[in-house]
Each structure stands twice: as structure tokens, then as C-alpha cells.
Design a protein around this ligand. Sequence first.
Ligand code: A2H
Length: 258
Amino acid sequence: EGVGVQEYTALKLKVKEWPEATKKALEGKVPDGANVFFIPATLRPETMYGQTCCFVGPNIEYGIFKVSESEYFVCSQRAARNMSFQAQPGIFSEWGQHPQVASFKGKDFIGTVINAPLSIHKEGVRILPMETVKDTKGTAVVTCVPSDSPDDYATILDLAKKAEYYGIQKEWAELEILPIIETPSYGNLTAKKLVEELKIQSPKDTKKLEEAKEKAYKEGFYKGTMIYGDFKGKPVEQAKDLVRQQLIDSGDAFNYAE
Ligand code: A2H
């Protein structure tokens, strides 16, 4: 957006179990033994311990892209194209090529079980719908950290409240929220505190969410201290790069810029 480059951490969330119809549609397209990953782009790698689900836009079109013999990525076509020009080891070996093997709407993925690296929810988390995901930013996949992202917190409240309408099971939206960062103004669940303070009623309260997001980001980044994970006790300003590097070194993430 505007000038300058946004540097994201792109995370690899491995699919453990597809919904039945999607699994069928993929037969013959992804070889047995290959892994498929959802690829959320995040600015807050230090919060990944608290992932409780992962969002897609229900009406957004996604591709499944072959990135190597054994790995396939789910993201927007735009993002796959960008990645193919960013020469990351093991990702799209041929410059500018991003072979697509299938295409789906986000709604076809709802309920998929994925493994979220670093998350305390080792049993896996679900793909859930978020209507405010933009197709024009990041990968159009957003991992959900309701402790620190006001958008994520407002969305899971809404999903749990209207589970039937969204065609999901209520419990998928109600995984434990982990306190990760302590801040002087908002305690250790910054997003919840701000959503309550600003009386945000729904994920569509765009203006108030904008304000909450700004406040949460500044407070978390400049005044936050890690209270969970390997860098517990360190300021967020330092922990951010340390967690990112750890995720990259373990093969669970890579840099993505646009
Ligand atoms: B962030 P920027 Cl804990 N549509 O990750 C809507 N939102 C998107 C998106 C898209 N296509 N792609 C990425 N995002 C979200 C974590 C997080 C994020 C926390 C707190 C704040 C926060 C967990 N969700 O973002 O417009 C992603 O959510 C608030 C700034 O490119 C990504 O980082 O600046 C962030 O927005 C990127 O926003």
C-alpha cells in the first residue's frame, strides 16, 4: 500500500485433513506423499504461539501451486506470482514460473485441519471464513491470533455467535486464547481489551477496528514484553526477529515482500 515495501513472514501451515469434497477434487492433482500448505502472511511472527485458526476469504479465488516436487502452496494467484520472482530456496525453482494444479473458492476450504507451527494447539487448527480478507494484500490467507489482533478477535467472536450461519462448528472458533505479550496499557490480551474498550461490535466496524489495530500494534511493538516462548522476558522489538529467524531456520516460514 502506498510507497515502500511491506516485509511479511510467510508461514507454512501443513494440511492434515481436507473436507471430503475438496479431498476428492484434489485426487490426481497432488501426488500421494506430497504436502500442501496454507501460506498466511504476517507482520507479527512473535505472536505465532497463539494461533487458534487460519482465515480465508470465502469468496476469494485461491490456487494450489506446485512449489517443488514434494510441496504445494495454497494462496492467491497474485501472491504465487510474486513469490516466483523472489528466489527463496526451495520455492519455485524456475524464475517467474508458478505452476497451478487446482483452483478453489475459500469456502471450499472451511473446516480443513492444519498444523500451525509454534501454536500451543498441537492437535491442529481449522480453516475458517473471514469476510474482510483482501485479495489484494499478502497471500489472502491470514493466520488468527486473537490475543493480539483486534480483527482476529472480533472475527472469532462473530464466528462463534453465528456458527450455524457460517456453516462451521462453534468449537472451531473457541480454542483457548493464549496470553503472549504483556503491555502497560492493555494487559496481556491486548486485542480483547481494545475490542471491549472501543465497543467494537462486529468485524465490519471498520473504523474502530482501524483505531484498535493502530493502538495494538504500537503498544505491542514499542512497549510489549514477551511472556511466553523461547524469548520470554525480552522486549517484542527484539523477539520479533528472533522468532522469525527461528521459524525460517526450522523450515516453517520464509520471507515474502510486496
Ligand atoms: B497480522 P498490512 Cl497478532 N487481508 O498477523 C486482511 N488482513 C490481512 C491480509 C489480507 N489479505 N493479509 C495479512 N493480513 C493481516 C498477525 C497479526 C497481524 C497480529 C496483530 C496485528 C496484525 C495475526 N493475524 O496485523 O495491511 C495480517 O495479520 C495488523 C497490522 O499489510 C498481517 O499481520 O499492514 C497484517 O494484516 C498485514 O497488514
